[in-house]
Design a protein. Structure first.
Length: 322
């Protein structure tokens, strides 16, 4: 499904959730962004009808309870609505670690200038009775930062499938080189943002770290100018081209804590003092240090020594600021 179509479906769901009355197709056409607007021609009318019928089918296949009916006996056309009671989520229960992870994700997406969507998600969680602290228990910022200046331009060009031009400076170059790319997508990988796409001048798949994009990235030309590969896995492409050494960390974790770490770790059994010993593999040691420090005294590093030192340094800095 294209990004435009997905965005139109989301707009349609929001519009039909926001009313108790049945909304006619013509009203939907004039108020929901993304539909072919009326210009008095049969072509435009037929295009809207095909698009709307397809969207209704998609919503129902996705399990959205789309209802058809009329608000009063005087209505001449059927309308549509989504019953909020049938669409709302059931009660949500999160552990303390899971709620903290939601708060951490909120801070990331705010820095990535997607704060509106993040704030909406946060409001929905709080409305469901989930206590989510956006600031987190400890004032440590996540290492992952979506605030790269080129983020918006790259993300938008990939979404709209438009040609993207920018200047890119590699570590072994003193000056940047102009690139022309068909952007397939933007992905976070081990604490960095990367653009993946087809480099037109080099006629091949390339990966670009957004922090090395200099100047202003600009989209040009029409939308839907290219089609990404069907089996595209952005993270796998980045992993192949930006490989890093893997580190093995052994942690001592208090029982019942650090659920997020446990999910990614192998259980090595209990330690003599009753803590749990976990083995966790990572290619981003310093990002792991940030995560461990956020757990305070609940997680201790047994090895490697450089990870232990990094966590101690973060906690020492935090204690001094407090």
């Amino acid at each position: 499904m294209s990004a435009k179509r997905a965005e139109r479906l989301v707009n349609l769901v929001f519009a039909l959730l926001g009313t108790r009355q049945f909304v006619t197709a013509e009203r939907i056409r004039s108020t929901v962004p993304g539909y072919e607007q009326a210009d008095g021609t049969e072509r435009a009318d037929e295009a809207f009808k095909r698009m709307f019928e397809r969207d209704k089918t998609d919503l129902r296949e996705l399990g959205v309870p789309l209802e058809t009916g009329r608000t009063s006996m005087f209505d001449t056309d059927d309308g549509y609505r989504i019953a909020r009671s049938a669409y709302e989520l059931p009660e949500i229960t999160l552990t303390g670690d899971e709620a903290a992870a939601v708060g951490l994700a909120l801070r990331l997406w705010q820095s990535a200038q997607l704060g509106g969507a993040a704030q909406g998600a946060l409001v929905k969680l709080r409305a469901a009775g989930v206590d989510v602290d956006g600031a987190g228990a400890l004032p440590l910022q996540p290492r992952l930062d979506g605030g790269e200046p080129a983020f918006d331009a790259c993300y938008t060009a990939a979404r709209d499938r438009r040609l993207l031009t920018f200047t890119y400076t590699r570590p072994d170059e003193d000056t940047g080189v102009r690139r022309r790319v068909h952007p397939w997508g933007v992905v976070s990988w081990h604490g960095r943002w990367y653009l993946v796409g087809h480099d037109l001048d080099r006629d091949g798949t390339r990966v670009f770290r957004l922090s090395r994009v200099t100047g202003t990235a600009r989209a040009a030309g029409p939308s839907d100018a290219f089609t990404p590969p069907d089996d595209l896995d952005l993270a796998a492409v980045v992993a192949r081209q930006v490989g890093r050494p893997e580190h093995v960390a052994v942690l001592l974790v208090r029982p019942g804590t650090a659920v997020g770490l446990r999910r990614r770790a192998a259980d090595l059994g209990p330690a003599p003092d009753g803590d749990d010993r976990l083995e966790l593999r990572t290619t981003e040691l310093w990002a792991l240090a940030d995560e461990i420090a956020a757990h305070g005294p609940d997680v201790l590093v047994e090895s490697p020594p450089e990870l232990r030192s990094a966590v101690v340094e973060r906690l020492t800095r935090l204690a001094a600021s407090a």
